[in-house]
Design a protein around this ligand. Structure first.
Ligand code: HEM
Length: 469
């Protein structure tokens, strides 16, 4: 084990550097190579790579790929050598929903899109969204009656979709809700196959029989998004939200965003901006319901800061005081990172951990596996929010990276953390949730890390003056 002291690391302490000695790779299928095991058991496959070292050479059909198991190698790709990498081909062929939007674009097109969207996500701007977030959460929670059985994933998805559509696009989530839920439900298996099988070779715009439902659902979603754009162009009013900024933006040559690119951006932000946070909240509530000690600690803090069931919703200024809520959020993101895998393609030859990879190499890594590596997180499978409060072992900067890093880091990370904190605090302040017996939830790796089934919980209304315990 190589040990080093890194002056630049947050804790200025030693940790094991990447060991890139070639140590073989797990068994592969004769034709598909490692796409086979990746497709059959995605999360298990990533975990099975750890004993093979920190840089594992793989084969996807005829193409070589490298799996990165050390956070410093991931930092090389995302931060230090970011200019030598682009988004992978599989993602670029996932065009039907995200089009040429910011998540998929590269180079100058991406830079322009990022510059355009950035002002909507600055900290000061997010601060102005927080009271809207709390108001929307409250309106949804006001529908919950004592004794109701509620589907946690469904409820959290409805809240985060409403927050994204209203704060970013000044639109009512009503018509979206059903269309988005349908497409997410119907496309899970398809997206999973596209990312882990030969299907990544073909564009998702092709009329394959297995894509029929997906194309129908995508068309329905398109109509809603184009409808919003048409309405807002016609109204010509500056409502100060992200859609207004897009509509008013002009390039150096005076041209504005065409409707198709505008549709791609709105669709990307709607999908990236609500599904991930809904999953964070759903996994978080599932974990808290099953860990009463952790739940009590969080609820006690929420009651102290916000005044319990008869109190008030959180404001932006309350966020730093809601530390236990934040630890629970971080621990949920560690165990169930919604963006659980990622990859890039090298545009030029690159050197990672002393090994030179040719241009066009694919590198991939799993945030899921890195977050569960005992080198960085002792007792990694345990849900222990307090580990984020403790001085634990020295970790590389990217041992925990739920939002990525570098220039392509999640644009909505401050938005997501503020939203998750406000919603989680509101749920715990006003209700107790009891998970119905006999439910065993497992992660389902699609585009994001989903729960493989709905989680049903009975909700108990808390009364003013009721204790936190
Ligand atoms: C828990 C919630 C979230 C998680 C875990 C998450 C995770 C991520 C990650 C890992 C990336 C980087 C992808 C890469 O490197 O290839 C990313 C990018 C992105 N995220 Fe998020 N995200 C979340 C919430 C949000 C929200 C609330 C928004 C917007 C409202 C958003 C919008 C985006 C966009 C537009 C990008 C692409 C940025 C670019 O390429 O410049 N995300 N997200």
């Amino acid at each position: 084990m190589v040990v080093d002291v890194r002056a630049g690391d947050a804790k200025s302490a030693a940790y094991a550097l990447p060991d890139t000695t070639a140590r073989g790779a797990p068994p592969a299928d004769a034709f598909a190579g490692h796409l086979g095991p990746l497709n059959r058991d995605t999360l298990g496959f990533y975990e099975s790579l750890l004993p093979y070292g920190d840089l594992v050479r793989l084969r996807f059909l005829a193409w070589p790929g490298w799996a990165l198991n050390h956070p410093d190698l991931i930092e090389d790709v995302l931060v230090r050598q970011a200019a030598s990498f682009q988004k992978p081909i599989g993602l670029k062929r996932t065009r039907r929903l995200l089009g040429r939007g910011i998540l998929v674009a590269d180079g100058d097109a991406w830079r322009r899109q990022r510059r355009l969207a950035m002002p909507a996500f600055h900290r000061a701007r997010v601060a102005t969204y927080v009271s809207a977030m709390a108001g929307i959460a409250d309106a949804h929670l006001a529908q919950w009656a004592d004794g109701d059985v509620r589907g946690v994933v469904h409820e959290m998805t409805a809240i985060t979709l409403d927050i994204a559509t209203r704060t970013l696009f000044g639109a009512d989530a009503g018509p979206f809700a059903r269309a988005v839920e349908t497409i997410l439900r119907n496309s899970d298996a398809m997206v999973h196959r596209r990312l882990t099988s030969w299907e990544f070779l073909v564009p998702d715009t092709w009329p394959l029989p297995q894509y029929r439902d997906f194309h129908r659902d995508a068309k329905a979603l398109d109509e809603i998004v184009f409808g919003i754009i048409r309405q807002r162009r016609a109204a010509a009013a500056d409502t100060g939200d992200l859609l207004s900024m897009y509509l008013q933006s002009r390039d150096e040559d005076g041209s504005s965003l065409d409707d198709n690119l505008l549709r791609d951006e709105v669709m990307t932000l709607l999908l990236a901006g609500h599904d991930t946070t809904a999953l964070l909240l759903s996994w978080g509530l599932w974990l808290l319901m099953r860990h009463p000690d952790a739940e009590s600690r969080v609820r006690r803090e929420v009651d102290e800061v916000l005044g319990g069931p008869g109190g008030r919703a959180a404001t932006f200024d309350d966020l730093p005081a809601l530390r236990e809520v934040r630890f629970a959020i971080d621990e949920t993101l560690r165990l169930y990172p919604p963006a659980f895998q990622n990859s890039r393609e090298a545009t030029v030859p690159v050197t990672l951990g002393g090994v030179t990879l040719p241009a066009r190499s694919t590198v991939l890594w799993s945030t899921w596996a890195v977050h569960r590596d005992p080198r960085w997180f002792p007792d990694p499978l345990a849900f222990r929010p307090e580990r984020f409060a403790e001085a634990g072992p020295a970790r590389p900067r990217l041992a925990f990276h739920p939002f990525g890093a570098g220039p392509r880091m999640c644009i909505g990370n401050t938005f997501a953390i503020a939203e998750a904190t406000v919603v989680l605090a509101e749920v715990l302040r006003r209700f107790r949730l009891e998970v119905l017996p006999g439910q065993d939830v497992r992660p389902f790796p699609a585009f994001t890390l989903r729960l493989d089934r709905e989680v049903y919980a009975r909700v108990r209304l808390r009364l003013p003056g009721e204790a936190s315990e």
